[in-house]
Ligand binder design. Sequence first.
Ligand SMILES: C[C@H](N)C(=O)N[C@@H](CCCCN)C(=O)O
Length: 452
Amino acid sequence: MIEKIHQTLRDSAVARWSALGVVAFTMLCGYFLTDVMAPLKPMLEAQLLWDSTDYGIFTSAYGWFNVFLLMLIFGGIILDKMGVRFTGLGACFLMVIGAGIKYYAISDFFPLGGQIFGINSQVMIAGLGYAIFGVGVETAGITVSKIIVKWFKGKEMALAMGLEMATARLGTSLALIITVPLADTFQSVSAPILLCLIMLCIGTIAFLVYTVMDRKLDKSIDESDAEPEEPFKVKDIWEVMANKGFWLVALLCVLFYSAVFPFLKYATDLMVNKYAVDPKLAGIIPGLLPFGTIILTPLFGNLYDRKGKGATIMMIGAIMLICVHGLFALPLLNEWWFATLVMITLGVAFSLVPSAMWPSVPKIIPEKQLGTAYALIFWVQNWGLMGVPALIGWVLDRYCKLGGEGQPAYDYTLPMIIFTSFGILALIVAIMLKREDKKKGYGLELPNIKKN
Ligand SMILES: C[C@H](N)C(=O)N[C@@H](CCCCN)C(=O)O
């Protein structure tokens, strides 16, 4: 008897990689705006008279609505109920609206001098734009994760997620590299934000193209013999939250990312204070980090797809994180080349854990609950991304000031011990996850590609 094989659009390699290319470009545009203001800090201070507190308020705005108004969780529920096309387009519109408000606030059109709740009104309006954008870009992140699972489950899922993260980090690198030259060329601090706004509009058009591909995929699934998926119900949220494996991934995520993204916010200062690097060049060393991950994240994703060992990869990443922050904490080899080597090692750790962690979620959580699960993980993670930079800033001011004339301003030992502690906790959670995997048989140590 000849068995009839029912194919769907996802079985076409060209179709699924094209779909990935389109949505990854949308994420690149999102990551570009996320980091565009970081290199502009000195210009904001010199030209718009912001101080560090203003900059801190603006930066934390990214998480305001996601964390306190639970917008990310609502985004996840909407994603599971309404699907990727509706949610993705909504997220793109939010990113464009947020970027538009932020551009207006920074542009010459904005009337200077006002105050809202005692804070510079320009900072507050730019923050409002960034907060709306934050909801959009984080919701786009969970939507794209679900899109990748939809097209790549049982195939090159971790490689696809790795390539998507690599493309997005290209946006981060772009922000770090071209922002200041662009602002200098146009003699305007708002010029790079205008470029981001234009790119986000193109990213939205790209997502519109994706919705056509997604419709075709759904049609091909309907025409195949594939089992229809059960619709999402609100009680699914409790099911996700009752899953111990889910909580271990969420904990690992917040601990690991808290030791990387917030560390990067202080890494340039660490280079100046501990390794005596010239402040003009100090950004180059942490700037190496996204570049390394662009190559390594897909590489490790490919390894996970073919050989498995996801839980082990996460453990190795956590061990490397402990070594890196431990070495930054120790009073040893205060030389720029040593700092560079340690930073490159951090790049390897920052490729290992994400390349295995995100593709492991669909092995723990059923597909119909994935939007909610990714959203909850992002929500837990956002607390760390918001809280840890504030904690480190407070620790530096309170316990680490050196202050003598011609001396470095801060001793970074205590902050680096805090970052090392996050690494130790992440390792404990990774070990617990590996044990839970053995008990429940999630298949974290198995390859993602299913042999036919
Ligand atoms: C910051 C954001 N919440 C985040 O965690 N981004 C991850 C990628 C998550 C999506 C994986 N498909 C990152 O490492 O940038």
